[in-house]
Design a protein around this ligand. Structure first.
Ligand SMILES: [Zn+2]
Length: 254
């Protein structure tokens, strides 16, 4: 889960339209919120990902559902209230169910910064405080097959790539293999790794946390700086990755 910035509500969703749709929902229970202009705006907000688990909603069976942060049946007045809508995958939507977020608040990624309340340990996401713990529990952010295994695959792939990159970078920085082809290769590899850790990437909290906390990454960065190839672009990508990264507790080694 990462912090999301909510854009202004879709222009189609005027006060008048909102009133009509709310009335219709209360009378008929129809899915009045399932409008393309609502769905499209939510998908732009979350970079096509589930607001809770960060799975890609344009891939495979992960179709997007309009999630009501405050349950629509308990709080029908908010059924098309822009600030109450989140893009979610079916799993997270079903898990959260009719949980009452007024009675027992959980993280709303458009209002709260998840990294203040969550940390990363052995590819599981855990709560730093009761607010974070309840969120993990209600949304089930540690479904083994669906989420923990996926995070493991992403993380181990990043660590393997860093391991290879470390040797190549050390050789380049020491002047041993100081030619342009090598430079382009290592810059491209590091840039691609950082791109995997951007807010726009799937499971960016996992990718950024694993990448930035890895000792090899820190050494590679030092070697890049030593060889004068740590560019403004790489620095900007790293800053963005930091926005998604969670605190890592413990080691990923088994
Ligand atoms: Zn989800």
């Amino acid at each position: 889960m990462i912090k999301l910035t909510r854009p202004p509500k879709p222009v189609e969703l005027t006060e008048e339209v909102q009133k009509q749709l709310t009335k219709k929902f209360i009378e008929t229970k129809e899915r009045v919120y399932a409008k393309d202009y609502i769905k499209d705006a939510l998908m732009i907000m979350s970079h096509n990902k589930c607001a809770y688990c960060e799975c890609n909603l344009t891939k495979e069976s992960n179709y997007m559902e309009v999630e009501h942060f405050h349950d629509k049946d308990d709080y029908p007045d908010e059924v098309v209230e822009w600030k109450n809508l989140l893009p979610s995958c079916k799993h997270c939507n079903v898990n959260k169910g009719t949980h009452d977020t007024y009675d027992e608040p959980i993280i709303d990624p458009t209002k709260d910064d998840p990294k203040e309340h969550l940390y990363f340990k052995s590819y599981a996401i855990r709560g730093k405080d009761d607010f974070g713990k309840l969120t993990v529990n209600v949304v089930d952010l540690n479904d083994t097959a669906r989420l923990v295994m996926v995070r493991f695959k992403i993380g181990e792939s990043i660590r393997k790539q860093l391991d290879n990159l470390l040797t190549l970078t050390a050789e380049y920085a020491s002047g041993e293999k100081n030619f342009t082809r090598r430079k382009n290769q290592i810059v491209r590899t590091l840039r691609d790794l950082l791109r995997e850790a951007q807010p726009t990437s799937d499971y960016s909290a996992t990718a950024s946390t694993v990448l930035l906390n890895d000792e090899d990454y820190q050494q590679i960065k030092k070697d890049f700086q030593k060889a004068n190839i740590w560019s403004k672009e790489l620095n900007e990508l790293e800053q963005k990755a930091k926005e998604c990264a969670l605190e890592m507790r413990g080691s990923l080694d088994v």
